[in-house]
Design a protein around this ligand. Structure first.
Ligand SMILES: Cc1ncc(COP(=O)(O)O)c(C=O)c1O
Length: 407
């Protein structure tokens, strides 16, 4: 039986605990969502501890919070805590894992979905340019989702990486991450999943997805503070990575006495995913992250998913009833990102008009999803992204402002 949506009483209570909803009409949850009061207080409390005890001294106690956040993140992803690194955002984790794949040879192949995030793609295109690697797009099925059968047909011994953006930043399509993972696993090819838009709004089970690496920032649907992110590395995949750089935490230097009595120094790399962390972190943000994870787990990701899905469907239906609006979301199963165009409208200007009325939406150009935008002949999309917090009044405020802006 499908999980029911959150009740309106529950949503009202969660809204009351979100200060930002009093001051802004937020439809950019896919950019970064609004934190709860509890998350803000957790951050503030730690900043005060730093100010009053001394930052290093306060940090000693905060290490437990970091470990707590790691366990909660592991629970959310159905992973082991040793497989989780806490990072500062998606690109920090994705880039570090990609760099740890080691040296590239001319003729190596990377296969990636058409909706790949521009930053991930930039890393791939750089190795293509530097080493003669080819970066190839996996064809989509009729719904516009990355096609696992097409991927299977492309494989040969030169494929060194399959990279998928699960839910792209320019629309609601949900790619078949697990079906792609089944192909990757069958051929034992490293498989990276960018779950930036999935974390906090869509159930994630890394074993079911079959990924070696999964990354996400935590500021989006999860509502954790900016500057936090997760990097999952499958345990059995860890030995296949070579860190591009280390520090005193990820590879502490030890002295070892040799058989001849001489002392040698050795950098010993940690054997868990925390080897991707640096010693200097914002403990305050980790406190906020732990709180946001606790809250999301308490609400339940399935209920969040059902609620966001219902709200996004409602927004799509009502937007498309406005003159000149075309919904640009691909796929039939969709996330809380609603992308659209308005005939005859300059989308960045529309965004500015709405912003002047206190309504935040996003307008994406080519840079975030270069291949998908190019393949579909799009220069911009307007994006309204909802949260489980989104209210009927907010939707009506948006629609009324849109009606006036495009009249
Ligand atoms: C799908 C996707 N991947 C990656 C990112 C980049 O995340 P970060 O800015 O944390 O590196 C975003 C940001 O919007 C995104 O939507």
């Amino acid at each position: 039986m499908p999980t029911p949506e959150l009740s309106s009483e529950r949503i009202d209570a969660l809204r009351a605990a979100t200060p930002g909803l009093q001051t802004t009409t937020h439809f950019n949850h896919a950019g970064a969502s609004l934190p709860s009061r509890g998350t803000l207080e957790a951050i503030n409390a730690h900043l005060w501890r730093e100010a009053t005890l001394g930052p290093i001294e306060a940090g000693v106690a905060a290490r437990e919070v970091t470990e707590h956040a790691r366990s909660l993140a592991a629970r959310m992803l159905h992973a082991d805590p040793a497989e989780i690194a806490i990072t500062t955002g998606n690109s920090a984790g994705w880039g570090a894992a990609f760099a740890a794949l080691g040296t590239w040879q001319a003729g190596d192949r990377i296969l990636t979905g058409r909706h790949e995030w521009g930053g991930n793609l930039a890393n791939m295109l750089l190795v293509a340019e530097r080493y003669g690697v080819s970066v190839e797009v996996i064809p989509c099925d009729a719904e516009g989702r990355v096609d696992p059968a097409a991927l299977d047909a492309m494989l040969d011994a030169r494929v060194r990486l399959i990279a998928l953006t699960w839910i792209p930043s320019n629309g609601g399509v949900i790619n078949p991450a697990a079906a792609i993972g089944a192909v990757a696993r069958r051929h034992d090819i490293p498989y990276f999943v960018d779950a930036a838009q999935a974390l906090g709004q869509y159930p994630i089970d890394v074993a079911a997805v079959g990924c070696d690496v999964l990354t996400a920032p935590c500021r989006k649907a999860l509502r954790a503070p900016r500057g936090t992110g997760l990097l999952y590395i499958r345990r059995a995949f860890m030995p296949r990575l070579n860190l591009a750089y280390v520090d005193a935490r990820s590879a502490p230097v030890r002295s070892e006495t040799q058989p001849d009595g001489a002392v040698a120094l050795r950098a010993v790399v940690r054997d868990d995913a925390a080897c991707f962390e640096t010693s200097e972190v914002s403990a305050a943000l980790h406190c906020g992250l732990a709180n946001a994870l606790e809250e999301a787990l308490a609400i339940g990701i399935d209920a969040i998913r059902a609620t966001i899905d219902a709200k996004a469907r409602a927004v799509r239906e009502r937007l498309v009833a406005l003159p000149g609006v075309t919904i640009l979301d691909l796929g039939s199963e969709r996330a809380g990102l609603v992308s659209f165009d308005v005939a005859g409208q300059d989308l960045p200007a529309l965004q500015r008009t709405l912003a002047a009325r206190g309504i935040s939406i996003s307008v994406n150009g080519l840079g975030y999803t270069p291949w998908d935008m190019t393949a579909r002949g799009l220069s911009h999309i307007a994006r309204v992204s909802v949260s489980y917090l989104t209210s009927e009044e907010e939707i009506e405020t948006l629609l009324q402002a849109m009606r006036e802006a495009i009249a």
